[in-house]
Every structure is written in C-alpha cells, then in structure tokens.
Write a protein that binds this ligand. Structure first.
Ligand code: NCD
Length: 304
C-alpha cells in the first residue's frame, strides 16, 4: 500500500487518519516518543529542496520509535547522477528500509519509483502535481480549528496553477459535503481547468476572482500559497507575479473573527510578519499538526 495521490484517499480514510493524528499530537507537543514503529526504518529520498516536509517525516518516524536514513540531496549525490532509474532505486531501497518518503520535481516520479518498490511509498511532493500529506495536515488543521470538515467556505489564494498544495487540498476536501471553493489568483495562475471541472462534477460551488480584498470577509478558511518560482519558464515570467498578494494586518481586519489563515510555508513575501501574532494565523501550528499527521500516515502504511 502506497500514498501516491490525494485522490486515492476517501472520506473514511481521511477521518481515520485525523483520529489517529489526534492521538499522536500530544506525543509531538510534549516532545515524547512511543514505540509503535520500533525496529522499522524510514528512508527519505528528496530530489528537491525542503525544510519542513523532510524534517517532519523524519521527526514523525523518530517519535513513533522508528529509525531514519536520509538523503536530502538525491539530485546531486545519489546514483541518479550515474544514470540509475527511479525503478531500480525503488527496488534497492526496498531491501534496506520499510517505508519511503520521496520528493521530486517531476509529476508522476514518485509513482515511477513505486513500480520498483516492495515497501510503502509516500509522495512528499511530485513537481506541481500533488502533495497528499500536506493536504492531510491542512485538513487536520481545519478540523482542529472549525471542529468540522463540511459546510464551510475556503478561499485558496496564490499560485493555484503550479501549487501542488492547493491541488491536494481540493482533491481531499472534495470528499466532504457543502465545501464552497473561492479561487483567488491572477488569470494566468488560476486553478487548472480539470480540477475545477472535477469539483463542479462533484457538486461543489466554485468561484474565481483575482481580488484578494473582496474575499476576506467571505471565507472561513483562507489557504495562502507562495508563487512557485521554480516552476516558471524564466525569471521574467515569475517577476510578473511576485508580490501579487501580500497578507497584512489591515487585510486581516476585514476577515471574520473566527476565520483561519493557513500557509504551508515557506513564505517569501506573501504574509507580513506583523500578521504572525494574530490568533487566526495557523501556519506555525500547522507544523506540529504535520508531524502528528505524518505519524498517523506512517503508522497506517506500516500497518501498525
Ligand atoms: C510546499 C511544497 O513544497 O509544495 N511546502 C511544504 O511542503 N511545506 C509549499 C511551497 O513550497 O510553496
């Protein structure tokens, strides 16, 4: 069993992972560890930059009582440099570790590796495509803040074209009833048509705009993301959109007192530091939620 794509998770599985994450969150917050994964080993194969996601997976495995081997520079220092295929890398790592978390700049690459593996593989981000564990931790954050995952309005703001995080969020949230989506992006960075079509096909209400100020008071959850610089064809294209949305205390004043602001981080310039002290800003709390959720995912994949 792998976790390759958000669409592979259905409502019951999402809720059971959240239930499990709830049990692990005190372990994370009290800086303890359990022994659920004693003797099991996680390998993290990262072919793309990461701070949170890799540490989060590794911390999750260590707090489960397991072990970790890691290569955060697969693109430079692994046998991929010598021409090894992802399939072969998958076969080899399966003989060493019990579960694999992998990040790569190309869509479909984690699935490619999984064709050679005999142990579970988790997609920790495959290019602009998907990032299921980030989506899960975002749903967990919504659940913890709102107390529910249905009947609310989410505004997704930023680079909705290349952002794998909003793609994962849409896919996972489409399992729940009464979620209305507002997509806030410049026209050229709007949510891909197939995702919009899929949501509408499932009966979700979808609205698009490029005006952030106009949605501040319309949403229960505002999920902001960075303009994905590394996905643009050139610097000039990126510069057209850099700084297009910046969350400020003044904008936050327009939002409801119980609205929540999420961001997967890293932020570049899209949230002023002055917003951090607003109790509605959840992006640092998301970090602990992420470790707990990844504990739940690893435990589930390892059938613990
Ligand atoms: C995100 C990613 O890598 O897609 N970061 C993360 O996993 N926390 C978001 C981003 O890089 O913008």
């Amino acid at each position: 069993m792998n976790l390759l794509y958000s669409k592979d998770l259905k409502k019951d599985e999402i809720l059971s992972l959240i239930e499990r994450a709830e049990r692990y969150l005190p372990v994370v917050c009290d800086r303890r560890k359990v022994s659920d994964a004693e003797g099991k080993m996680l390998a993290t194969l990262f072919y793309e930059p990461s701070t949170r996601t890799r540490f989060s997976f590794e911390a999750a495995m260590l707090r489960l009582g397991g072990m970790v081997i890691s290569n955060p520079h697969m693109e430079y220092t692994s046998s991929a440099k010598k021409g090894e295929t992802l399939y072969d890398t998958g076969r080899v790592i399966s003989r060493i570790a019990d579960v694999i978390a992998m990040r790569h700049p190309e869509k479909g690459s984690v699935e490619e590796l999984s064709k050679g593996t005999t142990v579970p593989v988790v997609n920790a981000g495959d290019g602009p495509s998907d990032h299921p564990t980030q989506g899960l931790l975002d749903l967990y954050t919504i659940y913890r803040s709102l107390g529910r995952l249905d009947n609310f309005t989410v505004a997704m703001v930023g680079d909705l074209k290349y952002g794998r995080v909003p793609h994962a969020q849409c896919e996972l949230l489409s399992n729940f009833a009464g979620v209305d989506f507002i997509f806030v992006a410049p026209e050229a960075l709007q949510m891909p048509g197939e995702i919009v079509k899929d949501l509408e096909g499932k009966g979700c209400k979808v609205t698009k705009t490029s005006d952030l100020a106009s949605v501040m008071n319309e949403c229960d959850v505002l999920a902001l993301t960075r303009i994905q610089k590394e996905r643009f064809e050139n610097e000039e294209e990126y510069l057209k959109y850099k700084g297009v949305y910046v969350m400020t205390p003044e904008l936050m004043d327009k939002a409801a007192p119980d609205m929540i602001l999420m961001h997967p981080l890293p932020r570049v310039d899209e949230i002023e530091v002055a917003v951090d002290s607003d109790p509605r800003a959840k992006y640092f709390e998301q970090v602990e939620n992420g470790v707990a959720m990844r504990m739940a995912v690893l435990a589930d994949l390892l059938q613990l």
